[in-house]
Design a protein around this ligand. Structure first.
Ligand code: 5GP
Length: 205
């Protein structure tokens, strides 16, 4: 009996925690999130909607729900998105239904969204979730540029556009709760996993 009482004092898994991971394109958010989800139980990935075309290795429904501009605008009008942005000419947004489903399954959710989406959630909140904001970056823009070029999924013009966005995004770091540097994948994974674990161990006031 006493043990149960003690556990009630901490958040634990699936208590309605949402981890928002933002940061420049190319900083490695997907790789870090994938590894943390393999390492820790009870985490569910929020699959966003986007109008951008799939990259060769991307799987519809796993990486994104790839939809048309018209379909996206219908979701906005129907109020089915908790946040959405336009990023370099395409729409990206988070579905309300998916977030609710994670909550119903007793898991915590990880969102991979841009800085403007994170700002919206800071202002509006995210349903009944307690949101933890994590900024993931490389230690410099030079490292980021090298990473984007090595990835080879965008042409030089698109890379320049992503670097310009990244420069603006860095100014938003102070609105986040944590800053994880991903120059070395294993270390970034350890840090993000550490953040999730620490937040789950928080005492409920
Ligand atoms: P990419 O085209 O590289 O997959 O994504 C471009 C940017 O859009 C990334 O910074 C990514 O985090 C962000 N993004 C992906 N899904 C969403 C979303 O649902 N909402 C917002 N606000 N940004 C998103």
């Amino acid at each position: 009996m006493l043990n149960e009482t003690i556990l009630h004092h901490r958040r634990g898994i699936g208590s309605g925690l949402a981890f928002v991971v933002s940061g420049p394109s190319g900083a490695g958010k997907n790789s870090v999130i994938d590894r943390v989800m393999q390492d820790l139980p009870g985490l569910s990935y929020s699959v966003s909607y986007t109008t951008r075309p799939p990259r060769p290795h991307e799987v519809p429904g796993r990486d994104y729900h790839f939809i048309s501009h018209d379909e996206f605008e219908r979701l906005i009008t129907a109020g089915e998105l908790v946040e959405h942005v336009q990023y370099l000419g395409d729409y990206y947004g988070t579905g309300q239904a998916q977030i609710k489903e994670v909550f119903a399954h007793g898991e915590d959710v990880i969102l991979n969204i841009d800085v403007n989406g994170a700002k919206t959630l800071r202002e509006k909140g995210l349903l009944r979730f307690t949101v933890v904001y994590v900024f993931l970056a490389t230690s410099s823009l030079t490292v980021l540029a090298n990473r984007l070029r090595a990835r080879g999924t965008e042409n030089e013009q698109e890379i320049e556009a992503r670097l310009a966005v990244a420069t603006r995004e860095l100014a938003a770091i102070p609105m986040f709760d944590y800053l994880v540097i991903n120059d070395e994948l294993d270390q970034a994974v350890e840090e993000l996993a550490g953040i999730v674990t620490a937040e789950r161990a928080r005492i409920i006031p």
